[in-house]
Design a protein around this ligand. Sequence first.
Ligand code: AMP
Length: 218
Amino acid sequence: MILILLGPPGSGKGTQARTLTQERGLPQLSTGDMLRAAMTKGTEVGLQAKDIMARGQLVSDEIVNGIVAERIDEPDVRKGFILDGYPRTLGQAAALDKMLADRRRKLDAVIELRITDEDELVRRVSGRYTCAKCGEGYHDTEKKPRKAGACDKCGSTEFKRRPDDTAEAMRTRLKAYANETAPLVDYYAKKGVLQVLDGLGEIDAVKAAIGEVLDKLA
Ligand code: AMP
């Protein structure tokens, strides 16, 4: 099963993809995570992407297409994968079509987590942080650790926030979504693979809705 999760920053793509990985064994391919890992390692790609990402702009199609093309040839994605944060432009969507056709693979579904209320997206993103050790996600008001200052999962007391989760970078990210990524909704609707879900619901409700879509496809 090859699945794309589409939606603006803060719509829950990463959260839902992680659950799908745990419950259905489908690896999560997040280009944002891959770029952040490249930055941490200090690779050429990481260095090129660093400032662009901090401002909330899009990294070039050439760079992200390259990292996805390499990733989908790894053995763990043979049975399928979830793309989270890719494609983000029509050029990336065309490149993905070609990558899959070259490998005789087929895109099964694109699930759009639709949220049009930008204030809600800013609220979600500007309050979020993760455990620095295990990556468990938290939010200043929605999901605090049970014991203040310690991760529920691993007990670590170190947390981190993404440098692009500020209100200012978020404005740029939302513009990039509206201008560059939103046209993909039409692109995939025309291909007959698009499923639109309400992304405003509780995490578990969205999870159940995604589950229904995937069960129908299976
Ligand atoms: P994300 O973790 O998906 O929110 O991505 C964080 C940042 O990484 C984005 O704001 C972009 O700067 C960059 N990025 C991630 N995926 C892509 C992509 N498919 N195309 C261009 N830039 C991307």
